[in-house]
Design a protein. Structure first.
Length: 303
């Protein structure tokens, strides 16, 4: 039984991918990791990740192109803001019997692959509190009004940036059929915040996979993981504690947040991005210019 991790990336998110893989390898030097190219501009990031951490590129690139094209066409060429997000659906048909998918705007704080041990009882895993925020960014009220899903079903909604399942559990034809169903009922989905794959994959999982488990429902609870949560407490080893459950975070996800200086938990991300190299020097801010004679006169008049 083979296990592994999939990510999607291109050269534009090289820094994010490096931070993610560095964090994975700190806790787990062995689990194989496969890169699903987000588009054709992936060769630089692929080379860096392969040299540093043995990350391989998904073997059947022709299949990825065919799959993503079919899924994109189901809704029409101009429907989705980021149609290439559907390339992650190639996870179902790759080399791993059991797999974990992780977005590159994440860093992990543990041997994250061990969460797949829940597969002794379940077929699909997620690990977030997406469901507590209501159905926005996934569904509209139509799914309840027309009995597409029950309130109980919707408690299993999840964020599409971190999930796990088993190879072949969903067939290629079933994915095409699911997308056709969704395209026939766009009123079921909330794309207002320019999400692309999250509403559709939620629909597919809730419809087709019964044995689901959200890891935050484990006994004694589980920590949060969203980068927009302000109450996490940093530790000395560049990790975080969620004081609401008094547990260390399993991972941190900057979903919907631009990762840049000044963003939440920037120091955490920066630590993992530059774990194996020197941080770039930050240029000093230029000293403010002394106001000229005319500007001094204007200031005196205003005062």
């Amino acid at each position: 039984m083979s296990r592994g991790i999939y990510i999607t990336a291109n050269d534009k998110v090289t820094d994010h991918a490096i931070a993610l893989i560095n964090s994975i390898r700190i806790h787990d030097p062995e689990t194989p990791i496969v890169l699903i190219p987000y588009d054709d501009n992936y060769h630089n990031v692929a080379e860096i990740l392969k040299q540093r951490h043995g990350v391989e590129v998904y073997q059947d690139l022709e299949f990825i192109d065919r799959l993503s094209k079919r899924l994109h066409e189901a809704f029409g060429s101009d429907f989705f803001a980021r149609p290439n997000q559907f390339r992650k659906q190639a996870c179902w048909f790759g080399e791993f019997d059991e797999f974990l998918y992780i977005d590159t705007d994440i860093v992990v704080f543990e041997k994250i692959i061990d969460n797949l041990n829940y597969f002794s009882e379940y077929d699909f895993l997620c690990c977030d509190y997406q469901h507590l925020g209501g159905i926005k960014n996934v569904f509209t009220s139509k799914v309840l009004e027309e009995n597409v899903f029950t309130e109980s079903d919707l408690k299993d909604m999840f964020n599409g940036g971190f999930w796990a399942s088993k190879k072949g559990l969903v067939s290629e034809q079933e994915i095409y059929e699911t997308f056709a169903e969704c395209a026939a009922h766009p009123e079921y989905f909330d794309f207002s915040q320019k999400t692309s794959d999250q509403p559709i994959i939620n629909y597919m999982i809730l419809k087709r996979i019964a044995h689901r488990f959200n890891i935050v429902r484990r006994p004694k609870g589980a920590p949060g993981n969203w980068g927009g949560t302000s109450h996490f407490i940093p530790t000395a080893n560049h990790q975080l504690i969620d004081p609401s459950v008094d547990q260390p975070l399993q991972y941190l996800h900057w979903a919907g947040i631009r990762i840049q200086p000044g963003c939440p938990y920037w120091d955490i991300w920066e630590h993992y991005r530059y774990f194996h190299e020197d941080k770039p020097l930050v240029e000093a801010m230029p000293a403010p210019k002394k106001p000229g004679f005319f500007q001094q006169i204007v200031s005196k008049i205003k005062r």
